[in-house]
Design a protein around this ligand. Structure first.
Ligand SMILES: [Zn+2]
Length: 279
């Protein structure tokens, strides 16, 4: 019997190991977010059912999402939508990720819970966790210029050179879709098949919109002010090319959250637009 013990121990260890390995990245991710974001605590992050994707960033950070679909099929109204929320694609826009965390609480309320939500609080973890946080990812690429739009090969580098004067914060990458984070977001949309996408940024204090249904005019204090189309942007790729309505929320400040009242008004108007938006 003694001879079997080591193999038994190894067997038990093997059975326990996958659970420990899966819990680890989320725990660590929550720990880092709690340190970086004033309004997010590691403990509040850990109680959410976040899932770490198989893909990891070049710095070894997990790419994390959460599905919230609490209403039963019977409870779901015909206005129920599949909504993808993306925060933190620019790592130095801290309020973007904090806002998405705030929404995770509000999504549970009945008027929002009729929808099926997929929430990605932080699409660029390497950027947010850098010291100091950076807009670009750890390879120096602006993920919001790296999507595989048809105009990318012709326009992305020319735009970067001429219009941004080689601004390192807006480098589109060597190739369209060269970045793990960009390809992962594209895969998320292919798998989840959202009816609409909400992308949260800062600090331009406005709403932008790309896509086929009536555009939102106002969410709280933010009013529609279309910024134009950039080669490789998310709005260009999902909104214009894939024809999935995509709202870009530009919060007024990258490091200070809007007042509670402003956040609630924005949320209320957004839900109203989601309810009314039908192709
Ligand atoms: Zn941004």
């Amino acid at each position: 019997m003694l001879a079997h013990r080591p193999s038994l121990i190894a067997f038990v260890a093997l059975m326990l190991w996958p659970a420990a390995a899966l819990a680890g990245p989320i725990d660590n991710w929550c720990e880092q977010l709690g340190k970086r974001l004033r309004s997010v605590s590691a403990s509040a992050c850990r109680i959410q059912n976040f899932v770490a994707a198989r893909d990891i960033t070049p710095k070894g950070n997990p790419l994390v999402f959460l599905d919230v679909a609490t209403a039963s099929r019977r409870e779901r109204a015909s206005s129920a939508r599949r909504i993808l929320v993306v925060g933190g694609i620019h790592g130095d826009e801290l309020t973007s990720t904090s806002t998405v965390f705030r929404w995770l609480n509000w999504i549970q309320h009945p008027d929002a819970a009729i929808h099926h939500w997929r929430v990605i609080p932080l699409a660029n973890p390497d950027g947010l966790m850098a010291r100091p946080p950076t807009r670009v990812n750890s390879s120096g690429v602006d993920l919001n210029r790296n999507f595989q739009t048809p105009d990318w090969t012709r326009d992305a580098h020319a735009y970067w050179v001429k219009r941004t004067r080689r601004d390192p914060r807006r480098y589109p990458g060597k190739l369209a879709g060269s970045e793990t984070e960009t390809l992962w977001l594209q895969t998320q949309v292919e798998e989840f098949r959202p009816d609409l996408i909400i992308s949260v940024h800062a600090p331009y204090n406005l709403l932008d919109y790309d896509g086929p249904v009536p555009m939102p005019l106002r969410f709280g204090r933010l009013t529609l002010n279309q910024l134009g189309v950039y080669p490789g942007s998310m709005g260009n790729f999902f909104g214009l090319i894939k024809q999935i309505p995509l709202v870009t929320i530009e919060l007024p400040n990258a490091t200070t959250m809007p007042s509670q009242k402003d956040q609630q008004e924005m949320w209320r108007d957004m839900l109203e637009w989601i309810k009314n938006n039908k192709e």
